[in-house]
Design a protein around this ligand. Structure first.
Ligand SMILES: [Zn+2]
Ligand SMILES: [Zn+2]
Length: 312
């Protein structure tokens, strides 16, 4: 597609006029329309507002969807992705007439229908999106000898000891890298920093102690708890590529049901005496429903009638 005004290739932000002429941008469209006395009167076209709005929304989504997910990458991005797909559902539903006619009512109707299809495509991309992860180093120091005390109980105990023996460098290297939950574990973003820590540990505790230490690669949980979890401890296949710690897995229900499981789940809820009773009985109903929705999207299964029950 070439822009009739500037002759450049028109990309995702292209637009058309009622005669089906293609422009690369609003700017080229306006410049062209101003100077063409016999162009069609787009402004009074019955679909122009709908067309302009869905085009505007689509371009806006295209520009922002990934960065919007990236912004919450450690605060349940899957929940954000679910929300985004729900919002796109609303946009698609609002254009039901154009979808039913498959855009068969002129240039703008066809374009509106195309945007609906593009939004459906975007929903799939959102469903498949996973963050790019940077591993950190997870270093347990619970085996360090604490003299007459045996082992260090936690950072406070360890820090007191370092203070007592004037191991100031080591204290400062560690103090901002204390694991949020695991006692006597530290995490580091890069290898060079870890090497510095090793060096300082060797100086304070001796080479022999340090050579037995092992650092593991870890990721930060994506479920908002802030935990760093050793990668090999998480069954990522079961989470469909997400990285949630055990606790967040419980509360956020990441991933999909298989098609078989999904149909089974739907049958189970359908058969219940009342949906209210079902949602009261399931403590995780609020994350169970999004998982049902996600799985329906994944396997192209229609949402069950009770999909908004208890959550809307
Ligand atoms: Zn142009
Ligand atoms: Zn977590």
């Amino acid at each position: 597609m070439t822009c009739i005004y500037c002759l450049k290739e028109a990309g995702a932000e292209y637009r058309v006029n009622a005669a089906g002429v293609v422009f690369c941008s609003d700017e080229c469209y306006e410049n062209y329309m101003e100077n063409q006395p016999d162009t069609p009167d787009d402004v009074s076209h019955p679909y122009i507002d709908t067309y302009e709005l869905i085009r505007f929304h689509y371009i806006d989504w295209l520009r922002n969807w990934e960065s919007d997910l990236e912004k919450v990458r450690f605060n349940n991005p899957q929940g954000k992705a679910d929300e985004m797909n729900d919002t796109i559902d609303e946009i698609i539903d609002a254009h039901g007439d154009f979808v039913r006619a498959e855009g068969d009512d002129g240039v703008f109707a066809k374009e509106i229908y195309r945007y609906v299809l593009k939004f459906e495509e975007l929903q799939k991309q959102i469903l498949d999106w996973r963050p790019e992860r940077q591993a950190v180093y997870y270093l347990p120091l619970d085996e360090l000898p604490a003299g007459s005390d045996g082992r260090f109980r936690n950072w406070r105990h360890f820090a007191d000891h370092l203070y007592g023996i004037k191991a100031v460098n080591l204290f400062f290297l560690l103090k901002d890298n204390v694991h949020p939950y695991d006692e006597m574990v530290f995490w580091f973003e890069d290898e060079a920093y870890l090497a510095e820590v090793y060096e300082e540990l060797a100086r304070v505790f001796g080479d022999g102690t340090v050579k037995d230490l092992e650092a593991f690669e870890a990721y930060r949980c994506e479920g908002s708890c802030g935990d760093y979890v050793v990668i090999e401890d998480i069954d990522r296949e079961a989470l469909d590529g997400w990285f949630y710690c055990w606790i967040c897995e419980e509360s956020y229900c990441p991933g999909f049901f298989s098609e078989e499981e999904l149909l089974e789940e739907i049958k189970k809820v359908d058969a219940a005496e009342s949906i209210q009773e079902m949602c009261q009985r399931r403590s995780n109903w609020f994350s169970y429903i999004p998982k049902i929705k996600r799985s329906c999207r994944r396997h192209s299964v229609a949402f069950p009638d009770w999909i908004d029950c208890g959550t809307a």
